[in-house]
Design a protein around this ligand. Sequence first.
Ligand code: ATP
Length: 331
Amino acid sequence: MPAASSVEEAPPVRARGLVKRYKEVLAVDHIDLNVRAGDVYGFLGPNGAGKTTTLRMALGLITPSEGSVELFGRDPLREGARALDGVAGFVEAPRFYPYMSARKNLELLAALDGDDARSRIPEVLEIVELTPRAKHRVGGFSHGMRQRLGIAAALLRRPRLLMLDEPATGLDPAGMRDMRLLIRRLADEGITVLLSSHQLPEVQELCDRVAIVDSGRVVYEGALADLRRQGGAGYRLRTTDDGRALEIMSARRGISHAQAGEHGLGFQADEADVGSLSLALAHAGVGILALTPELATLEDLFFRLTETAEHEAPPPPAAAAGEEAQLVQAR
Ligand code: ATP
């Protein structure tokens, strides 16, 4: 592929063959990523899949064992801080001085970046809806407020690319909704967002493109809508006897992925097979209460793509935070 003719045209993130080995652990195994301008790009995977390690490499915080990554056409390893021009975000979780106010913390960060960053403090506090808490000690902030302050810190330098490692993890439903609305607003203003997550419903609502990683490898990269279409026609079924219905479905050719879920039974089939299934259910004395077609959810697809792998337990917090959490400011 020819090199992009200018930095402006280069994609926000382009990773090729990224590998990271920690002794015998292959944390990242030849990952390619293509984040395009304007994407809200979800980087998904089970615990230990290699998401954080990949983001660390993308931000130049750790060195890949193999492969390369470019941000707007610049390699953070070769070009250092210059490659982070227009890039901001956090890995693991944003960290602040707990005994200082939100504003003071932002002032300290802005001091590294000059007058423009300092003048933006009121605006970024407003964007993340922390203006009323600006003078309060960060030590007294909730988890959601700290996450939002992390985004405020990232916004100080007017990033064109925001990289967020699990921004919604640990938030309550209202906090998640606020985070989703905030990220959507930033995306609408033209900021490209790359976020890692295992909050699948959140990602489904927020992201237009995704990479799903499992055991260090990308198992899908592309438009979420395409993935859901490829998932095939799915149906949701509620009956007078779901247990019996599931037995009948499981025994029929043409019906696949039959499973009980929170909202009835899910399955995949062609229309003709759905017709004959409804007759078979009636014949067995099972009444149909509702039968609705639906696209596979991201959750269905995620498990289909990753269910064969052996998942490891999440690392204990101390181990996961072995390297200090990083707040990365644009340079
Ligand atoms: P989670 O969703 O649990 O945060 P993740 O997808 O971000 O997981 P990583 O934190 O990137 O996964 O970890 C990928 C693998 O690399 C794991 O097996 C992890 O234990 C290992 N790993 C990560 N950092 C190190 C390190 N500094 N030393 C040794 N192994 C590491």
